[in-house]
Design a protein around this ligand. Structure first.
Ligand code: HEC
Length: 298
């Protein structure tokens, strides 16, 4: 073989090597998990063999659909109470472990582990939050790590592929910090309730004030999507509060207005698309608090 041919062969070999490397690297980044829209549930996806994640079941048809799909246990991680009676009527179990958008407490992580353990190892489970993007994926990851079903790497990979936004730093950190628990520890845990009572008006308002303080107008660079998300959640849940139904319509619409502003702030903070209208939304949000207090607080 001439020197020229040798060089050519070597070059060709190198090309093949580089191409294979690129293929291996591409294969290493697993594709996103595609969510489905099913009857009464906007986002439904498979997290692992037996864990399904997604959005809140909107009605009884959604519960029928889950039952048809073989779901045996529903774990709700949203603040709004699950439809306990309707779920139990369909012979499914239900547990409620409400999560925020920030760092989870060790109590919450233990409750998630207890819920997954009680649901059983080879029994289909549906874990849902409100929209089915962030908290349900994080909850599935935490429970899977704590009970030893998945490694940190597997759980983080599935959470990423199922659409949890990187903007919710607290949720990601909570998953990374989750420790695998010994079986005897899990077995000794208190079972989660079927439904925790919703936060009352005063507790919600105090939470809203704390979150508004986090969104300090003097330090916009420190604003976190998770605080705006939590704020939107407080008002979304208040709207479903029975008390609202007995209040004047203006009260409910002001609640909705505040919710929408907090939601707009969250969306922009989570999209990393830092618009300069963030401060304007924050100002309108503060005015919406004052407006309602002026007309409805005695
Ligand atoms: C739709 C009406 C409405 C909106 C919107 C609203 N509030 Fe309130 N807020 C109330 C009412 C009514 C009370 C009195 C509750 C009570 O004492 O039972 C209250 C009370 C409070 C309190 C006092 C709680 C206590 O008793 O210690 C704080 C703090 C507060 N709100 C903060 C906020 C913040 C911050 C926002 C906006 C992000 C906000 N509120 C938006 C209706 C509203």
């Amino acid at each position: 073989m001439s020197r020229h041919n040798l060089l050519n062969t070597a070059l060709r070999l190198l090309t093949v090597l580089v191409a294979s490397l690129v293929i291996v690297m591409l294969a290493g980044t697993s594709p996103p998990i595609t969510p489905e829209k099913i009857s009464g549930i906007d986002r439904y996806l498979q997290f692992d063999d037996f864990i399904f994640c997604g959005a809140q079941p909107k009605n009884e048809l959604a519960l029928d659909e889950l039952k048809k799909r073989g779901i045996k246990t529903i774990i709700c991680v949203d603040g709004t109470q699950p439809q306990v009676a309707a779920i139990q009527e369909r012979e499914m179990n239900v547990m409620h472990v409400p999560l925020g958008y920030g760092i989870t407490t060790s109590e919450q992580r233990m409750q998630l582990a207890a819920a997954l353990h009680l649901a059983g190892h080879e029994s289909p489970i549906y874990i849902h939050c409100h929209h089915g993007y962030h908290r349900s994926g994080a909850a599935a990851a935490i429970a899977s790590i704590a009970t030893g079903r998945l490694t940190h790497q597997q759980a983080l990979d599935r959470m990423k592929r199922s659409g949890t936004s990187p903007a919710y730093h607290g949720l990601w950190k909570s998953v990374r910090d989750t420790k695998r628990l010994e079986l005897h520890v899990i077995e000794a845990l208190k079972p989660p309730p079927t439904a925790l009572p919703a936060m009352g008006m005063v507790a919600s308002m105090l939470k809203a004030e704390e979150l508004m303080d986090q969104l300090d107008p003097a330090k916009p660079e420190k604003w976190e999507a998770q605080d705006a998300a939590q704020l939107a959640d407080v008002f979304r849940q208040l709207r479903q509060n029975a008390m609202i139904e007995s209040s004047p319509a203006s009260f409910a619409s002001q609640m909705t207005h505040t919710f929408e502003l907090a939601n707009a702030l969250e969306t922009r903070l989570a999209s990393k698309n830092k618009h300069d209208d963030l401060m304007a939304i924050r100002n309108r949000l503060a005015m919406s608090c004052q407006a309602c207090h002026a007309s409805h607080r005695n």
